[in-house]
Design a protein around this ligand. Structure first.
Ligand code: HEC
Ligand code: HEC
Ligand code: HEC
Ligand code: HEC
Ligand code: HEC
Length: 206
């Protein structure tokens, strides 16, 4: 029984009666035509599948890239509901390049008494007592040859954190949901009439 002409198993050189009785294929045997057709369909299906698959993975990565495992499961949503402003924890020390991560003492202001039995808070307290920084995994990062100042954007240009980091206060887990690629910087610079000349962002002496 033949369900589909196989490009690999097709017997060659033994045309059956039905093939000889086909007048419309005087030179190519019907088996040969079917063979080529099934090869073409086979490779077309492979290409289609791989295109579909790769665009699917790209699409999901764009929406929510995988979150790195943080040493302590800190939730911005939980803490934003307490009315804590971003700059309570991200203090933007002078000269304002970085926002930095909060001092463990800041966390312990509350967690000295709140949820002290929770395994996550016990771990936090251990870092604090050992005078060690919690090794948070940095999510938003640009290479060293790029100049980026938080102060210039947040204070001078008055751009909200959310414009570059998404709705952080609604997130339990932070992922890179906004691009830090060159195109993203340049797009906004065009939009706001900020300079786009190369050495505006590229440090000539990194
Ligand atoms: C203003 C007080 C306050 C500060 C400051 C604070 N937290 Fe919290 N945190 C809370 C409250 C309130 C909860 C919710 C407790 C609950 O679920 O009932 C909480 C919950 C948590 C939890 C979840 C604990 C669990 O097991 O449910 C973690 C982890 C946590 N905080 C870590 C931190 C870290 C890390 C910092 C410093 C970067 C920090 N917190 C700063 C008040 C605070
Ligand atoms: C209670 C302290 C606290 C408050 C308040 C807080 N954050 Fe954070 N934030 C953290 C901690 C701790 C981390 C590191 C863990 C993580 O990535 O979730 C962090 C990480 C981040 C990151 C990821 C940085 C990176 O690239 O690694 C962004 C962006 C951020 N916070 C923005 C905000 C914004 C915007 C607000 C105000 C809506 C805010 N945070 C309020 C403690 C805080
Ligand atoms: C114009 C876009 C933009 C705005 C506005 C912005 N950020 Fe960032 N943020 C970035 C970029 C780009 C990086 C990566 C910087 C690097 O690698 O030096 C970053 C990194 C961070 C980091 C981790 C590294 C660090 O700086 O310590 C934190 C935390 C952070 N941002 C929090 C905030 C908070 C909180 C606000 C608002 C007060 C804010 N950002 C506003 C673009 C922005
Ligand atoms: C949401 C809009 C926006 C985004 C995104 C953005 N910028 Fe800007 N940037 C501005 C504006 C507005 C200014 C202020 C221009 C002025 O002072 O006239 C500025 C200023 C700057 C400056 C000058 C700082 C100074 O000291 O005066 C640099 C450098 C810069 N941006 C680099 C970057 C880089 C690198 C990125 C991407 C990682 C980026 N920007 C993303 C809007 C943006
Ligand atoms: C508004 C800021 C900004 C401006 C203006 C800008 N760049 Fe960039 N550029 C970036 C950022 C941010 C990156 C790093 C992107 C990343 O994370 O890989 C980058 C990366 C690059 C890279 C490395 C690309 C790679 O794939 O490794 C080159 C090359 C480059 N830029 C050239 C230029 C040239 C040439 C100009 C002028 C026509 C220019 N840039 C203007 C922000 C800028």
């Amino acid at each position: 029984m033949r369900l589909w002409p196989s490009p690999f198993l097709e017997p060659r050189g033994f045309p059956d009666i039905s093939e000889r009785a086909q007048p419309s294929y005087p030179l190519a045997s019907r088996a040969g035509v079917e063979e080529r057709l099934s090869r073409i369909l086979f490779s077309a299906a492979t290409v289609l599948l791989s295109v579909l698959f790769s665009s699917h993975t790209k699409g999901t990565q764009k929406e929510r890239p995988a979150a790195p495992v943080q040493p302590i499961p800190f939730s911005h949503r939980t803490h934003a509901r307490l009315g804590l402003a971003c700059l309570t924890c991200h203090v933007m020390p002078e000269p304002g390049w970085d926002m930095t991560y909060p001092e463990e003492a800041k966390c312990m202001d509350c967690h000295g008494t709140i949820k002290t039995e929770s395994p996550a808070i016990l771990k936090l307290a251990e870092y604090y007592k050992g005078r060690k920084r919690v090794p948070w995994v940095q999510i938003y990062k640009v290479p060293d040859y790029v100049l980026f100042s938080h102060k210039a954007h947040y204070r001078a240009a008055m751009i909200a954190c959310e414009a570059c980091h998404g709705p952080v206060a609604e997130r339990d887990v932070i992922v890179e949901e906004k691009s830090t690629a060159m195109a993203a910087c340049v797009d906004c610079h065009h939009e706001k009439g900020a300079p786009v000349r190369c050495n505006y962002c590229h440090n000539p002496n990194p």
